[in-house]
Design a protein around this ligand. Structure first.
Ligand code: CP3
Length: 333
């Protein structure tokens, strides 16, 4: 069993494995080199040779304990024939959501479209570099995908005021997402993913009263499905205010926390293994501060099953020496 699985499954608290969200990304010069030659991001995700190579880049450089597949949560709307484009400095831009078209998508067409993602997972899992490491597959949570599919761009701080207007559309899209997310999860697991992480990056946009319908019910459906496949699931409901309530409702195998929550409160309130928390901006400061902040998290979770990670993705401007220093600090603890 890999160290990350020992924390999640065996609840070990005397080891602190580390991986980093967005570890395969723009802070790596070797990623930027490949990216420069591949301006179409979706095509790059669908190039199994390059996407598996990118997945392994941070493993080679930092010896992280997990490989997270280089892909994107927006490959799902792409698989459903909604166009997705990544424009420089704008983030993702999606095409119109055509319900009639999406309702006609067949499982076989969807799987065929995304098959390079699954083949890439196989390549990563079979690589010597991931021998004692966890291979992590992932999906966006239904709510976060709904946000991108209807808003057609990042909601940044708020949603369009008419976002919730078409309840019929929302209900249909959530049902379609439930079906195809399960298909996407199953195929990742069959290709070698040993853990699934569910990213709910926009959970924090909702009012408490709307959480059941948009976050709890649809996420619980996925989590229960993943449990039937006997694979651990990590949930990351970024910005949610009540992590305790979330954990009691969803019962994930591990909870990934964002950088705005108080880790001391989490360590007292939550019994399941915890992942993440430290602000990615800490890596833009000094070695002294990195050490201080990293030790803070490791000390707080000293007697708790804990996987070191950040409280959101690593920032593109992060210095490699600082990442090196972080990994060393965690491994020497
Ligand atoms: O973590 C990893 O290293 C694995 C790959 C991965 C990517 N995206 C690659 C990527 C994962 C797990 C994601 C998840 C993802 N994608 C989320 C959830 C996590 C989060 O950040 O909140 C979301 C919301 C997306 C959607 C998305 N993809 C956005 C908003 C953007 C543009 C803004 C940005 O941060 O770059 C992307 C592009 C993207 N996905 C890049 C990478 C490496 C950058 C592509 C580039 O321009 O080179």
């Amino acid at each position: 069993m890999s160290p990350i699985e020992e924390v999640i499954i065996s609840k070990k608290s005397n080891i602190n494995p580390i991986w980093i969200m967005r570890q395969a990304g723009r802070y790596l010069p070797e990623f930027r080199d490949i990216r420069k030659k591949n301006p179409d991001f979706i095509k790059l995700c669908l190039n199994k040779k390059l996407s598996s190579e990118i997945t392994l880049q941070p493993i080679k450089r930092f010896d992280f304990d997990a490989a997270i597949i280089f892909s994107d949560i927006l490959m799902l709307p792409y698989g459903l024939d909604q166009s997705v484009e990544f424009k420089k400095n704008l983030g993702p831009i999606l095409g119109n959501l055509e319900l009639e078209k999406i309702l006609r998508i067949e499982e076989t067409d969807f799987v065929e479209k995304l098959s390079p993602v699954y083949e890439s997972i196989e390549l990563v899992r079979n690589s010597q570099l991931t021998k004692n490491k966890a291979t992590i597959g992932f999906v966006g949570a239904p709510w976060t995908l709904l946000v991108y599919m209807i808003n057609k761009k990042s909601p940044k701080l708020s949603l369009n005021s008419n976002f919730f207007e078409n309840k019929y559309l929302i209900d249909k899209v959530l049902k379609i997402l439930d079906k195809f997310l399960k298909i996407h999860i199953k195929n990742q697991i069959n290709s070698g993913a040993q853990i699934i992480q569910i990213f709910d990056s926009w959970a924090g946009l909702l009012k408490e009263k709307d959480l059941s319908y948009y976050v709890y019910d649809p996420t619980l459906s996925l989590v229960n499905y993943i449990k039937t496949l006997r694979i651990p699931v990590i949930c990351f409901p970024r910005g949610i205010r009540n992590y305790k309530n979330y954990c009691e409702t969803i019962k994930p195998d591990t909870i990934c926390i964002d950088y705005e929550v108080d880790p001391v409160k989490i360590s007292k309130e939550i019994k399941i293994p915890v992942q993440g928390g430290m602000d990615p901006k800490v890596l833009l400061s000094s070695k002294e501060n990195i050490k201080k902040q990293t030790m803070k998290y490791l000390d707080i979770f000293k007697d708790h099953p804990y996987i070191f990670n950040l409280g959101h993705g690593v920032l593109p401007e992060t210095d490699l020496n600082m990442m090196d220093y972080l990994v060393k600090t965690v491994k020497d603890y």
